[in-house]
Ligand binder design. Sequence first.
Ligand code: UDP
Length: 436
Amino acid sequence: MFHSESTRFLEKNEVLGSVDVDIYTDIIGKNRVEVLKKKAEPLSNKEWAHVNSTFKGGGVAEMLKSVVPIAKGLGINTKWYCIEGDNDFYSITKRFHNIIQGVDQKFTLRDLFETYIKTNKDNFKDQVISEDFAVVHDPQPCASIVHGHYEGKVVWRCHIDTSEANEMIWHFLLPYINNYDSVIFSMKEFVKEGIKKPVYQITPAIDPLTRKNRKRTRQEALDTLDDLFKEHGIDPERPIVLAVSRYDIHKNQKTIIRSFLELKKDPAVKKLKPQLVIVGNSASDDPEGVTMYQEILKVIDGDPDIFPLLNIPNNEENIGALMKIAYVFIHVSTKEGFGLVVTEALWQGTPVIGSNVGGIVLQVIPAKTGFLVEPFDVERIVGFTRHFLLNDEERERFGMQAVEHVRENFLITTLVEKYIRLMRFLVGTDYPYFKI
Ligand code: UDP
């Protein structure tokens, strides 16, 4: 049942190939590249597996698309397995996701046993993950530690904020979590009580060389966006306020829209005629996307300066280009594991107004890379957006600091290095310093 047995998985692994880490030299410097290679040397005869539930859409898939080829290029035989489920499975795991992040939704014993556990079991019916080190991502395949078959060391990598997880779901998941060798969270604050295994902190990261994150000039970005802008009637001469994320209840796009509608009333801003571009997609393991999009449309109510886009063509290039030309990026989630979109915007030199929530606070340094607000604080969102729209120099200063903050902390090479340290410790001899 794994995609690994289907052509899709095989194709994916061929397409991913391997990447020589030297290509990152211009961005992180020769020294860091050499350190990474040296750290990977003892793992050259080892195998590494990732297990998640989608090849496409969302932050996990985004990172694995780069982590797997880089690890291969470093000589570690790395595979990406993706469990398969039916619509019921994705609908339940999406509910898990919401409940874990504090939303009050229901699930039944039948959901747990006949769908969630059964899907985990079925995926492993004829499949052994024999790699020396396996990283299992998020709740969807979490139960596979008991119902699946792993031969090496296995860690559960949780990308979401579990700090206020509903007690019932947490107590359902805990026995599984405590069967892993270790657990990884993005932040110390996300670790809820009851975990009896060593916990490590690894923050997510972006690949600076993908089509989305590559550096481009403003003019290149505008050329890229030409078709999209013409199709939707977006004016490249007018300032753009940007928001990008899945259409999801926690992403709080409605507050961004309400803030923009307020912002437009400001006389100084009015003259600039800003446009709000909201881009969103729906991941294949997320059945709620389209419904959320419909709700967003209702709030926008036909406002001619707001452009809600769903599953845009040439996604990678267009997202990167939008992040480059935006005057400011807004991301005010009510819960946020990390928020790769924030990293991507900062890396393109765009300041971010982010909510004081989850991993966003690691990225948005107030008065340096952007500003932090409470998720529903329309007044402050308006104030800071106004600030960036009206101050070219400020935007530039923040933008430069933003790029350096990402280079220092949130590039994919740093992420791979941390995984390698943990892998060396679990299958070898090292002791990683980032244990919580
Ligand atoms: N994304 C995209 N197109 C879209 C919306 C989102 O490519 O229309 C990407 C976005 O650029 C980012 C990822 O999806 O790389 C979302 O990751 P994030 O950590 O922000 O949120 P998640 O979806 O994992 O909650």
